[in-house]
Design a protein around this ligand. Structure first.
Ligand SMILES: [Zn+2]
Length: 370
């Protein structure tokens, strides 16, 4: 099933460099034989994994209300067409912008969101492994929504980062073993829509603070093969990163962060590779746009599933094959908001953009890696 999807994508984007993304399995098949013959080479294990990431899941009333039947919410039909894109990577991270504090609290939408629990279950069934929770809507419905959401994450076994239930949870490093590659994940937001963090709950969400980021990155870097940082930043509806994003991206590169995953602008922004002070390379996705929302401004109905490969050869770790496969939110069979691979959307995009145009847009600073 996974190969099938990549075959399809490569057919659509001959230039997008997706050829090796699906070929990351099976490298250990001969490891036993090698160990017997050449024991000294055992630690030179060759690993390759694919990581995926998607942008904002922001459930407006018109999105979730249309997925309700008899008081139950089911987002499966809306996510079905993009499930192969989320399942294909070895590990997939999504920005859960509207907090899933559950029905018991009363669901709500803009400007103060609270989403049904089912979105967590259905994203998980669709192939999402981790939700990033640090964003400007984290505290929309206070600590109760946060605690409900985290309880639900724990019940379903959904990994989460950027939003925490207590001090201990906030201090627990997120280091994910993805097929023997240890990936450290962090998550920060530029702000909380003016909502004050309740006193005594300073652990709940991490805001962008260079000193804290530096401390966190240093600590997690020692324990991880790669470090991925989610950044909720930038200006809404701007198709290019602002000066602050650029400056922060360079700051993260200088800390030897390997990959930066950006969200908040609700539109796709380009990818870039930066060189850090130590001569290291950092891959930056400035913004992945909306993944699943009811926004209808220009360019907000298109987003993408980003992928990159991590190749580990002993101590040497490389991030390769940066790619974005485009998605579009389109009216579903009964006017629901449905996410589709853009190639299958069969519906004009709000900004009139085509896949080719988006491809050029996101690769404009990475032309030699198309
Ligand atoms: Zn946001």
């Amino acid at each position: 099933m996974r190969k099938l999807y990549y075959g399809l994508t490569c057919g659509v984007f001959l230039l997008s460099g997706c050829s090796s993304a699906g070929e990351s399995n099976g490298e250990n098949e001969n490891s036993e034989a090698q160990t017997e013959e050449e024991p000294e080479k055992q630690e030179q294990e060759d690993e390759s994994i694919t990581i995926g990431a998607a942008g904002d899941v922001l459930l407006h009333g018109r999105v979730y209300k249309r997925m309700e039947e008899d008081g139950e919410y089911d987002f499966t039909p809306a996510l079905k067409a993009v499930t192969p894109m989320l399942e294909e990577p070895d590990y997939t991270i999504v920005n859960q912008e509207s907090i899933p504090g559950g029905e018991e609290l009363g669901l709500s939408a803009y400007p103060s969101f609270n989403s049904p629990y089912a979105i967590v279950d259905d994203l998980q069934d669709a192939g999402v492994d981790m939700l990033s929770g640090a964003n400007n809507h984290t505290l929309d419905r206070g600590m109760e929504a946060v605690n409900n959401a985290i309880n639900h994450y724990e019940q379903t076994g959904m990994d989460y980062v950027g939003v925490y239930k207590d001090e201990e949870d906030a201090n627990r490093q997120r280091i994910i073993d993805v097929k023997d590659v240890d990936m450290g994940v962090l998550s920060y937001t530029y702000g909380l829509n003016g909502i004050e963090v309740p006193e005594g709950h300073e652990y709940v969400v991490q805001e962008i603070d260079k000193e804290k980021i530096q401390e966190d990155v240093k600590a997690i870097r020692d324990e991880s093969d790669i470090v991925v940082v989610n950044m909720h930043w930038g200006d809404e509806y701007e198709r290019l990163p602002n000066e602050e994003q650029k400056e922060l991206a360079q700051f993260l590169a200088d800390l030897e962060v390997d990959v930066v995953i950006g969200h908040h602008p609700h539109v796709l922004q380009p990818m870039e590779r930066l060189e850090g002070e130590e001569g290291n390379e950092t891959l930056v996705f400035y913004s992945l746009g909306n993944f699943y929302s009811g926004q209808d401004n220009d360019y907000t109905d298109t987003g993408g599933v980003a992928t990159f490969d991590v190749e580990k050869d002993g101590e040497d770790v490389k991030v390769t094959e940066p790619n974005i496969d485009f998605t579009q939110v389109v009216p579903g069979p009964e006017d629901q908001y449905t996410v589709k691979p853009m190639a299958e959307a069969d519906h004009p995009a709000n900004g009139g953009e085509t896949e080719e145009e988006l491809h050029e847009h996101v690769y404009q600073w990475l032309e030699d890696e198309q």
